[in-house]
Each structure stands twice: as structure tokens, then as C-alpha cells.
Ligand binder design. Structure first.
Ligand code: HEM
Length: 288
């Protein structure tokens, strides 16, 4: 049957030219696919290392009943006498583990295809945990007064929470309406948004390695223009790159697909550098 949708019936180009064109189109698609899979493999490795850090630092401390371990990294982790606040941060970290693992599992296509019931349940748990951790985070920032750095960073992480909740709502809405293609796009946006705090850590360590030290912020007060920028960029940049990827994948021409694949390649190298920095500079020193 002639492929009217792609205009193959109207295509009068000679067979050789046609196979050359479809060959380059396939190259564009393949480059984009390889770039996306490589990006995901590196991101998944970095996120699993983040989970290992959380389990080694906070999981071990929980088994020992050692609340003071909450203050190893966070300035306001454990506050004696503040039972609701201490329970909130403990819950926030437990949810961080579930969210990070659950988000990765949701994106593996083999699991989605072979175990759709599990995908739906994991999706419900993921969205509930994401919403709960945002509420817990907002409570810590605005009620408990334990936000990172200064007001600009508090506004940045609040903006993260709003975008996370928005993406979760849209992903849920389209899943319930069985609009699976649109649901998938919002689920990817939710994955990026929910990993904003992870991108913050990786982005910060990439920046420090790139500049051979802290530039654009004061490491003692943890404030400065670069951190203000990063508090918003940690979520906006991944979401913007995702939009470029989705557009290139759905209706991009070959040069556009190759350009997006190359951009993803560069960002994957930057992300791998940041993950290395986070493991060596942030996570390992705190679990030894
Ligand atoms: C949804 C994804 C999120 C994850 C996976 C996550 C994960 C974490 C983790 C692991 C910590 C402990 C610090 C460390 O050891 O690195 C932490 C601390 C914190 N998070 Fe989140 N978080 C998320 C979202 C949020 C949001 C949306 C907010 C605020 C609106 C928030 C506010 C905070 C605050 C205030 C602390 C520090 C508490 C203190 O120093 O007293 N988090 N988060």
C-alpha cells in the first residue's frame, strides 16, 4: 500500500537518490537514538550512585538510630525537639530513594511492554511519592526554615516543586484519558523535573571541576549568582533539551536530528564529568 502519509506516492525522485535520502534519514534517527540511550545510561548510573550514597549515609544511620547523621550534609537536618521537622526530612530522604529508583524503572521500555500492570502501579507510587516529597520540601523551606542558601535559591527550589507537580498532574491526566503518546511526553518531562535536585548536584560539581574551584558563589555561605542561576537552570535546562529532543524525534529533518544528537552527546560528557565530581567530592567523603 502506498505510503500517503509520508508522501511516498508523490515522490518522483530516481530510486538511487531515494535510497540515499532514506539512508541519511535512517542515520539521523539512529544518531538520535544512540545519543538518547547513551544519555540515559549515564544518567541512570549517576542516579544509582546517588541512591547508593543515600543508603550508605542515611540508611545505615537509620539502622543505628543515629539522627545526628542528618546534619553531616544538611545544615538543618536534625534539630533536637523538632519532631515533625525531623520526621519530615527523614521521610523526604526515604521518598528520594523511591523516586530515583522508581523513575528509572518507569523509563525502561522492556518493563513497560512486558509488565504493563507493574508500570501502572509503579507510576501511581512514583507520582504519589513525588507529590509527597514536594509538599515535605515546601514545608522544610517555608515553615521549618531549612532551605538551601538564600531566598533566590528557596524560590528556585519552590519553582522546581511547582513544575514537578504540574508535570505529574499532566502525566496522570493523559494516562487516565488513555492518550498514551501525550502521557509519555509528560512522563518524560516529569522525570526531568523530579531529577532537578540531582541535576543541581551534578551541575554544581561539573562547574567546580570546569573552573578548578568555586566560581560565582561563596562556598562558606553557599550563596552567589551562579547558585541562583543553577537553582532555576537545574530544571529549565533539562526540560528545554528534552523539548528539542522530542521535536527532533517526532518531526525533525536529518540535520536537526544530528544537531540534537550532537548536543546530547556534549551534555552527556558534561553530565558524566559532573557525576564523577559528585561521587568524589560530595558523596564518597560523606559515607566513609
Ligand atoms: C522530587 C525530588 C527531590 C529529591 C529526590 C530530593 C532529595 C533530597 C535529599 C536526598 C536531601 C538530603 C541532602 C543530601 O544528602 O544531599 C534533600 C534535602 C532537602 N530538600 Fe529535597 N529532594 C527533592 C525535592 C525537593 C523539593 C521540591 C524541595 C522544596 C520545595 C526540597 C527541599 C529540600 C530541603 C529544604 C532540604 C534540606 C533540608 C535542610 O538542610 O534542613 N526537596 N532533598
Amino acid at each position: 500500500m502506498p505510503d500517503l502519509a509520508t508522501g511516498a506516492l508523490l515522490d518522483q525522485s530516481p530510486p538511487k537518490a531515494k535510497s540515499f535520502i532514506s539512508g541519511t534519514q535512517a542515520d539521523g534517527r539512529r544518531s538520535l537514538r544512540v545519543a538518547a540511550i547513551s544519555w540515559f545510561a549515564v544518567a541512570a548510573t549517576g542516579q544509582l550512585l546517588f541512591v547508593v550514597y543515600l543508603l550508605l549515609l542515611y540508611g545505615r544511620a537509620a539502622l543505628r538510630g543515629d539522627w545526628a547523621a542528618l546534619n553531616k550534609v544538611m545544615p538543618h537536618g536534625y534539630v533536637p525537639g523538632d519532631v515533625p521537622g525531623n520526621l519530615t526530612i527523614a521521610l523526604h530522604i526515604l521518598l528520594a530513594v523511591i523516586i530515583t529508583l522508581g523513575g528509572l524503572i518507569q523509563l525502561v521500555p522492556q518493563i513497560r511492554l512486558r509488565a504493563p500492570a507493574f508500570h501502572r502501579w509503579n507510576g501511581r507510587v512514583y507520582m504519589t511519592c513525588v507529590a509527597a516529597t514536594c509538599v515535605a520540601g515546601l514545608y522544610m523551606v517555608w515553615v521549618r526554615g531549612g532551605g538551601p542558601g538564600d531566598l533566590s535559591q528557596n524560590l528556585g527550589i519552590t519553582f522546581d516543586a511547582v513544575l514537578i507537580l504540574l508535570c505529574a498532574g499532566m502525566a496522570l491526566r493523559h494516562a487516565l484519558a488513555r492518550q498514551i503518546a501525550v502521557h509519555r511526553q509528560w512522563a518524560l518531562r516529569l522525570f526531568m523535573a523530579a531529577n532537578g535536585v540531582w541535576f543541581f548536584r551534578v551541575g554544581l560539581m561539573f562547574w567546580i571541576l570546569l573552573n578548578h574551584g568555586p566560581v560565582g558563589f561563596d562556598p562558606k555561605t553557599f550563596t552567589g549568582p551562579f547558585l541562583t542561576f543553577l537553582s532555576f537552570a537545574d530544571i529549565l535546562l533539562p526540560l528545554a533539551v528534552l523539548e528539542l529532543y522530542l521535536r527532533a524525534k517526532e518531526r525533525g529533518r536529518t540535520p536537526q536530528r544530528i544537531a540534537v544528537a550532537a548536543t546530547l552527546g556534549v551534555l552527556t560528557v558534561a553530565m558524566a564529568t559532573g557525576i564523577f565530581g559528585a561521587v568524589v567530592g560530595l558523596w564518597l567523603p560523606n559515607v566513609q
